[in-house]
Design a protein around this ligand. Structure first.
Ligand code: F6P
Length: 546
């Protein structure tokens, strides 16, 4: 389907005209005009509610945005993804992470072959491995059960598993501790291994390509640590497993392919937590919960696949994002989970969103003439409130925010959860309602400096927030939440006309790091720019000091 540039489409022009009419209308006055606004602009899938009513938009905005999504071919592209077409055009690959969580008996046909039997076979193998380790049947080289699993991976081979493992902390196995090492900074590995017993430690090397230098370096050091404890080469098989698409690489590293759990090139790294890459999660929380995670994601897949665009949660969230990026010029998106277990969700979504849609070249190879993915950042509430919310409330930029919470806590500490949720609701309300000049003046009335102080007490209000509220943060609801964001990102990529499934932008730095590394020790620096050469010289001088 050939599409004209987004900025030339009549639907986009209609949206801009509408924006000019309503951009400055306070959100509160929309509520005054429409008593049914909350009902009209909040959307549900079972217990999951997504409230869009605190946004600078009206039902008319949503219908214009839905018309834009139709015109940009979102339904056709969605169907192409589920159907296994090679929609990742720059890498000539299908995008089928949805097959990994397919709970239906529908086949998923890729290039004429149903991938589901293979998907299920790998899951069964992972299950057998997970049960052996969790039950204690899997023994290390001294005959002891495993107590610590160290997953070594980076980017998509790390962020998803870490995030999910952290989120599901109440479900962790009582004996097994699961750790993650990603950074090539040796301090990460060193600190993680401190206090661990090599004889009871199992390493999982997670790398789609099995060529990633950070992961291979950490894995080699981990192997050396094991061998230094007295283990022999033949013992490595008892302490190393691999999650990868590259069997030759796994063999070359010295991991027995019997302990390799494969996945496929049609699983993007940042979409891979559902594949064998999720094995550390399953080790931590058990296979039943890992399957519940997949089931939750599948429920969202079904919703995304079948719900009309006008009530389709990922589509609507995507469209609201497009509204702010392209009509308001918003640059950021704050992800604010009111749940300490979700403390790695912002980092996870940074990769999911920014590596997917941080692009300026469209599918046609031409530079796009509009902004694409936002700068994603965030922290759990209430910590974020005491750090950067000041800028969201009173700064000069418009920052749409996603507030995320579960209604029920999974910890036994009395009184905390209502206080946490009160903060969630208070912040979204304060951001929308703001505080006008009169109220600000009244607050400081009587103070000698009232005349200069009151402007500091004004809050513009109408700061846009999406509220995402569900019952409990368990494996199922977490799978659903992640899939919600995955599809949101996909829909935005379709509207912006970019390929959300490649990541050429991370290549150059990797190549240069490899080339540059030998220069750190010695040698001519004239091939480098003066700044880089100067920094390396300074580094050499400092590193040589006693
Ligand atoms: O950062 C680039 C990237 O290719 C990510 O997309 C990927 O998740 C990560 O590196 C790790 O790659 P691998 O799983 O192949 O080690």
């Amino acid at each position: 389907m050939h599409l004209p540039p987004l900025t030339e489409s009549p639907e986009y022009a209609a949206l801009l005209a509408h924006h000019a009419e309503i951009a400055e209308v306070p959100v509160l006055s929309h509520f005054a005009d429409d008593p049914g606004r909350f009902e009209a602009l909040s959307f549900r899938l079972d217990d999951l509610l997504v409230d869009l009513s605190k946004h600078r938009l009206t039902p008319k905005t949503l219908s214009l945005l839905v018309a834009l999504a139709e015109a940009r071919g979102v339904p056709a592209r969605r169907d192409a993804m589920f159907a296994g077409e090679h929609i990742n055009t720059t890498e000539d690959r299908a995008v089928l992470h949805t097959a990994l969580r397919n709970q239906s008996d529908r086949p998923v046909v890729l290039d004429g072959v149903d991938v589901m039997p293979e998907v299920r076979a790998v899951l069964d193998r992972v299950e057998a491995f997970v049960e052996a380790v969790r039950s204690g049947a899997w023994r290390g080289y001294t005959g002891q059960a495993i107590t610590d699993v160290v997953s070594i991976g980076i980017g998509g081979s790390d962020l998803g598993p870490v995030m999910v493992t952290e989120a599901l902390w109440p479900d962790h196995h009582p004996r097994l501790r699961v750790h993650y090492v990603s950074n090539v900074d040796g301090g990460h590995l060193h600190r993680t291994l401190q206090g661990l017993d090599p004889a009871r430690t199992l390493f999982i090397v997670a790398s789609k390509t099995f060529t990633t230098i950070e992961t291979l370096t950490n894995a080699a050091s981990a192997k050396a640590w094991l061998l230094a404890s007295g283990a022999g080469d033949a013992d490595v098989a008892k302490h190393f497993a691999a999650l990868s698409t590259n069997e030759a690489g796994v063999r070359a590293f010295g991991i027995d392919p019997v302990n390799m759990f494969p996945f496929w090139d049609w699983v993007g790294g940042r979409y891979s937590v559902w594949s064998a890459i999720g094995t550390p999660v399953a080790l931590a929380v058990g296979m039943d919960r890992f399957r519940a995670l997949l089931a939750g994601a599948h429920a969202m897949d079904e919703h995304f696949r079948t719900a009309p665009l006008a009530s389709n949660l990922p589509v609507l969230m995507a469209l609201v994002g497009v509204w702010y990026v392209n009509c308001f010029g918003a640059e950021g998106l704050a992800v604010l989970p009111y749940d300490q277990g979700l403390h790695r969700l912002p980092a996870y979504l940074q990769q999911a969103d920014m590596e997917s849609n941080g692009k300026t070249v469209g599918l046609d190879g031409q530079r796009v003439r509009h902004h694409t993915g936002p700068i994603v950042f965030g922290e759990p509430g209430t910590n974020g409130q005491h750090a950067f919310y000041q800028l969201i409330h009173q700064g000069s930029r418009l920052i749409p925010c996603d507030f995320i919470a579960a209604a029920k806590a999974r910890h036994p500490v009395a009184g905390h959860h209502p206080l946490l949720l009160a903060n969630f609701f208070a912040q979204t309300e304060a951001l929308m309602v703001g505080r006008g000049p009169e109220a600000a003046k009244a607050e400081v009335a009587g103070r000698p400096d009232a005349g200069t102080l009151w402007p500091h007490k004004v809050f513009a209000g109408s700061q846009p927030t999406t509220s995402v509220l569900f019952k409990t943060l368990d494996a199922y609801s977490l799978g659903r939440l992640i899939a919600l964001y995955e599809h949101k990102i996909f829909v935005q990529g379709v509207i912006w006309g970019v390929n959300s499934f490649d990541q050429w932008g991370v290549e150059l730095g990797k190549v240069l790091a490899k080339r540059l590394q030998p220069a750190l020790a010695a040698g001519d620096l004239s091939a480098h720019d003066p700044s880089t050469a100067g920094l390396i010289e300074w580094y050499r001088a400092l590193a040589a000091e006693a």
